[in-house]
Design a protein around this ligand. Structure first.
Ligand SMILES: Cc1cc2nc3c(=O)[nH]c(=O)nc-3n(C[C@H](O)[C@H](O)[C@H](O)COP(=O)(O)OP(=O)(O)OC[C@H]3O[C@@H](n4cnc5c(N)ncnc54)[C@H](O)[C@@H]3O)c2cc1C
Ligand SMILES: Cc1ncc(C[n+]2csc(CCOP(=O)(O)OP(=O)(O)O)c2C)c(N)n1
Ligand SMILES: [Mg+2]
Length: 594
């Protein structure tokens, strides 16, 4: 089998003019042809016995670039980062047994944030399944709770249709990861190839797109009658590519808007109508507006516990809630809502805007002005202010702010890991565009930062990709620095090195009376030398005045991966903070509140 770019385009032309002549192909070849038919250009993976026929088929084609990672977890994270930044389905390939179990964290991470992935895993041959064969594991069983769907392909004749289904399920409705487990003999056996299916029928899977017009009209009436309206949006607006619709709606109504950690960039952060992120580390104005609004429009957001805080406190006030979500199981899951609308956010907001255009009615201008006055008073407290007066100490917030000021308006992607640095990145980098902020929210997986960045850089070679990380998280997938070199994905790693598992230390300080049990990062490597050992550039920054020059130097070295080890204030905490069990307006604003 030779599947070249030239063959692909002539095959497409031939398919359009005459019915395809069946040819016999190996399962592995059918798989590769299916990926090509899906337009897959990048694939992250790691070989092993059960997938060697697939690797052989990949060897004989030139349209899909395979990236050899150093750990399967990173393969899935890289595919996931690619999917988050591009909106396309990310694809990863792993071998059976340990290959798959290594991929589990990546799959679960994508699942909790509703990211479309197809993960292909090798499996032991069909005849040996269930015999404790070498590198056998129950992939379908292990991944069942962390996938949107999974398949075990038992016959090469089913491969093309299964791949078609897998891609369709991953990207439609509420997106999510799909695992396709392929036994070795299925990738070896031959079957007739009549071309990739144009369409597939799945009677039991028909996600709703269009919302109920009656419910949308009710929602509009509520919004128009509101005295203190508020729009709270989440990852669903980005996943549904509905940022233009959101922007139109917010601007037509003139109402305040907030985003969850997963929704940053949906509405430009530099606009006044944006109140900042809400939730555990949200701004005063975003959280107070959430509690004090009289009509709340929730769009593609799932009322996470980090967003509403103590549910009793959240529900202790009267407000009407409208909830738009494509997944009926998200609605009234954590908070009972008044106007549920099941549908795709783009369709529903489109219809809402059309109805709004048909009427001259608008929210009461006087009431809205008073609401804005209240909000501005909250905003005036400037809750993200921090003390940057000591030049001997690098404040982590300052690093992020400086990076934002330097890259503002450019084609820049920011990935992060998990911890305090993640929250500072979310608070101080002001995202004006969607899909520029790539992080793990639901599972909170340390170790995603580098793989996310290298996945994005491959898809967006002309963009600048920064990974804001911590010295704890970055060590969880640091081996991928090697992949970055081999596959030429130059990224910039900004490690806010506080020598602590800072987020853990912060909780121990506040909730465990300062008993710092195993949150100190001792015996750290020399990150500069480590970066150099991997063939990259390492920079050490210990003074505030060197932050900007170091970032400038990293950007100047366009084609190099640069690791900047910023030695930041070890005891800085993330504020505002809503403690466990507290209401979202009961925020700690600084160390004085402790
Ligand atoms: C250390 C740490 C601190 C955190 N602190 C905060 C915090 O302060 N504030 C905060 O907000 N989060 C915080 N998080 C993240 C939090 O855990 C959740 O991941 C996040 O709040 C969930 O965001 P979301 O509601 O937008 O849901 P997502 O997980 O993004 O879910 C998206 C929703 O949209 C729906 N949807 C998907 N596609 C469509 C479509 N096309 N049309 C309609 N609906 C669609 C889905 O069904 C789902 O219900 C923190 C995480 C960590 C690790
Ligand atoms: C895989 C994994 N293990 C443990 C945790 C719990 N956890 C959350 S934040 C954090 C500390 C992160 O430390 P670091 O990367 O240095 O970031 P900092 O908080 O210091 O900015 C830990 C251990 C996690 N989120 N993920
Ligand atoms: Mg740290």
């Amino acid at each position: 089998m030779e599947i070249s770019k030239a063959e692909l385009s002539s095959a497409a032309a031939a398919a359009a003019s005459s019915p395809a002549r069946p040819t016999e192909l190996m399962g592995a070849e059918i798989l590769v042809k299916s990926l090509q038919a899906e337009g897959v250009q990048h694939l992250w993976g790691y070989p092993g016995g059960a997938v060697l026929y697939i690797y052989d088929a990949l060897y004989k084609q030139d349209t899909i670039q395979h990236v050899l990672v150093r750990h399967e977890q990173a393969a899935v994270h890289a595919a996931d980062g690619f999917a988050r930044a591009t909106g396309e389905v990310g694809v990863a390939l792993v071998t059976s047994g340990p290959g798959l179990t290594n991929a589990v964290t990546g799959i679960a991470t994508a699942y909790t944030d509703s990211i479309p992935l197809v993960v292909i895993s090798g499996q032991t041959s069909t005849a040996s399944i269930g015999t404790d064969a070498f590198q056998e594991c129950d992939t379908v069983g292990i991944t069942r709770p962390i996938v949107k769907h999974n398949f075990l392909v038992k016959d090469a004749r089913d491969l093309a249709a299964t791949m078609k289904k897998a891609f369709h399920i991953a990207r439609s409705g509420r997106p999510g990861p799909v695992v396709v487990d392929i036994p070795k003999d299925v990738s070896f056996k031959k079957a007739a190839w009549t071309g990739y299916p144009q369409s597939i029928e799945m009677r039991s899977y028909n996600p709703v797109k269009k919302g109920h017009s009656g419910q949308i009209r009710k929602a509009l009436q509520l919004l128009l009658s509101a005295k203190r309206p508020y729009i709270y949006t989440g990852g669903g607006v980005l996943l549904g590519n509905a940022c233009n619709e959101l922007r139109t709606l917010v601007d037509m109504l003139g109402v305040p808007v907030t985003h969850t950690l997963m929704g940053l960039g949906a509405y430009p952060a530099s606009e006044r109508k944006y109140l900042g992120m809400l939730g555990m580390h949200g701004t005063i104005e975003a959280n107070n507006a959430m509690q004090n609004c009289d009509v709340l429009l929730a769009v593609g957001a799932r009322f996470d516990d980090r967003v509403i805080g103590n549910p009793k406190h959240f529900l202790s006030v009267e407000r009407k809630i409208i909830h738009i979500d494509i997944d009926p199981s998200s609605i009234s899951k954590r908070v009972r809502v008044d106007v549920p609308i099941v549908g795709d956010v783009k369709d529903v907001l489109g219809e809402l805007i059309a109805m709004l255009r048909e009427t001259a009615a608008r929210p009461d201008a006087g009431a809205l002005a008073a609401w804005w006055d209240t909000i501005e008073a909250w905003r005036a407290r400037d809750c993200l202010r921090y003390d940057n007066s000591n030049p001997e100490v690098i404040k982590p917030q300052y690093v992020v702010e400086t990076l934002f000021n330097m890259t503002r308006g450019t084609d820049t992607y920011i990935t992060s890991d998990v911890g305090q640095h993640q929250m500072w990145a979310a608070q101080y980098y002001r995202f004006d565009e969607p899909r520029r902020w790539i992080n793990s929210g639901g599972l909170g997986t340390m170790g995603v930062g580098i793989p996310y960045a290298m996945g994005i850089k491959l898809a967006k070679p002309d963009a600048e990709v920064f990974c804001i990380t911590g010295e704890g998280s970055v060590q969880m997938n640091i081996q991928e620095l090697s992949t970055c070199l081999q596959h030429n994905t130059p990224i910039k790693i900004c490690s806010l090195n506080n020598r602590y598992l800072g987020m853990v230390r912060q909780w121990q300080e506040i909730e465990y009376s300062g008993r710092y049990s195993h949150s100190y990062m001792d015996a750290l490597p020399n990150f500069v030398k480590l970066a150099e050992a991997y063939g990259h550039v390492g920079l050490l920054v210990e003074r505030s005045e060197d932050v900007e020059p170091a970032l400038r130097e990293a950007r100047r070295l366009k084609d190099r991966t640069v690791f900047i080890d910023f030695r930041t204030d070890p005891t800085e905490n993330v504020f505002p903070m809503v403690q466990a069990g507290k209401g979202i307006t009961e925020m700690l604003l600084g160390t004085d509140d402790l």
